[in-house]
Design a protein around this ligand. Structure first.
Ligand code: ADP
Length: 440
């Protein structure tokens, strides 16, 4: 016995690493585990020792009955079951049938008595992986078990890959569903936006057409004064149409990164003054006093900053009751300037504030003052893009029913001008305020 034990130990030392074990190592999988079933406990322990010695990296469990084996199979995962056919109670064939029914992935190898060829053939027909006859030819049987384990492992790998692929397919499916939902909602938003744009463009156009017909009739009837007033009103509608189309163009330019600034040093105090003059000239606001000031030069695209300020002023006027003040404040701080427009209008709730810079966003049910035109919800989107292109940012404070303050914050020094100013003393803070009032 001892001699056989030593011989088998020697065989175990010499045996090269099998592809099965290589696969185990490379995949960092658990060690294969086999279950030996035999009611003859001496034969069981001899067989167990044979496998332990001849197959490295293998776990061997034993069971003295098929019933006990089934209980073990419920709690542990096995890669092969090797069972004697002849056993009291449930025999090897019944165990095979149970396993074939419930765990068909586990290969079953049967050991049968000498001359029981027919039984062995029946076992193969009923799904056994292989069989061996007693007395067991160890080399032959170990090789067969090794093949069974390799087959089992390959099957497991295929199953794992299949599972991974299924999971991947599932995640792709949900991604596609998610993207489809997003595209549908983007498409719906685009449809809503297009119908809103069409509606807003149609309003001044309809008014233009009506006024044109009226002016035409009045001219035919000799009512020249009235026709001139119609033509003046037509001009307002035409201007409005022009503003809407310009907003759409600007939005497209921003999206396609074609929004380019033409920067040069420009006095922001003069810019505010000019914008307010323009704002007031249209006859809706009262004039303001020109404050005493020193120039505040910043490297900006004056046309674009003018457009941004005008957008804020127009909004303040559109969403504030007539007669309420609109305050414009220009301040110089250490490294930045702020240009704020405050109104005492409708204000915006926190819920909507989060969206006001989005394209085509208009706060639901916010009505513009009489005589004002509704916009496309692009003004703040464009304003923010202008300010951000200058390296600045927008700030807003607003309370429903109390009013809003929108601020344009711009850096005083750009990368080009920073070096030149680094040596000079810091400029003194400056604050200039203009107040305009929206009249009835
Ligand atoms: P619009 O051209 O529709 O005014 P904006 O982008 O300029 O678009 O403004 C987006 C929305 O933000 C407006 O529809 C309005 O509901 C709200 N809003 C903007 N400015 C003010 C303001 N000063 N007071 C109250 N609501 C404002």
């Amino acid at each position: 016995m001892e001699q056989q034990y030593q011989e088998e130990k020697q065989i175990a030392r010499q045996r090269p690493t099998t592809p099965l074990v290589q696969m185990e190592q490379s995949e960092k999988k658990r060690i294969p585990r086999i279950l030996l079933v035999d009611d003859d406990s001496a034969a069981l322990s001899a067989l167990s020792r044979t496998f332990r010695l001849r197959m490295r990296d293998i776990e061997v469990d034993t069971s003295v009955s098929a019933i006990e084996a089934l209980s073990l199979l419920k709690v542990k995962e096995y890669d092969a079951v090797i069972s004697d056919i002849k056993m009291p109670g449930m025999d090897g064939m019944q165990l095979l049938a149970k396993l074939h029914e419930n765990m068909p992935e586990i290969p079953v190898l049967l050991i049968t008595g000498h001359g029981e060829h027919e039984l062995a053939m029946q076992a193969l027909q009923e799904g056994a992986y292989d069989y061996t006859l007693k007395p067991i030819d160890r080399d032959f049987f170990v090789a067969s078990v090794r093949r069974a384990l390799q087959t089992r492992q390959l099957l497991r790998l295929v199953q794992e890959k299949q599972q991974a692929l299924e999971q991947y397919a599932h995640s792709l499916e949900s991604q596609v569903e998610q993207r489809t939902r997003e595209l549908i909602s983007v498409n719906e938003a685009k449809d809503r936006m297009l119908s809103m744009v069409a509606h807003e463009l149609a309003t001044p156009l309809t008014s233009l057409k009506g006024l044109l017909q009226l002016a035409h009739r009045r001219l035919n009837n000799g009512a020249i004064d009235k026709a001139i007033r119609d033509i003046e009103t037509m001009e307002i509608s035409a201007n409005h149409l022009g503003v809407l189309i310009q907003d759409l163009r600007d939005a497209i330019h921003i999206q396609t990164s074609q929004f380019v600034l033409q920067r040069s040093p420009y006095d922001l105090v003069k810019l505010c003054q000019n914008v307010l003059d323009e704002f007031i000239v249209d006859g809706i606001s009262t004039p303001c006093e020109s404050p005493q000031y020193e120039p505040l030069e910043v490297n900006i695209d004056s046309n674009r900053i003018r457009q941004a300020l005008l957008n804020l002023l127009t909004n303040a006027r559109k969403y504030s009751p007539k007669g309420t003040p609109i305050t414009v404040t220009l301040q110089r701080h250490a490294t930045e300037v702020s240009l704020s427009v405050s109104d005492r209008g409708s204000g915006i709730s926190v819920e909507h504030l989060a969206h006001i810079y989005e394209q085509f966003y208009r706060v639901p049910h916010s009505n513009v003052q009489e005589g004002e035109f509704t916009g496309l919800g692009l003004g703040l989107y464009i304003t923010r893009a202008i300010v951000e292109q200058h390296g600045g940012h927008m700030e807003v404070q607003s309370r429903p029913g109390e009013g809003s303050t929108f601020s344009i914050i711009l850096p005083i020094f750009t990368d080009d001008t920073k070096a030149a100013h680094e040596s000079t003393a810091e400029a003194a803070p400056l604050r200039i305020t203009w107040v305009v009032r929206v009249m009835i």
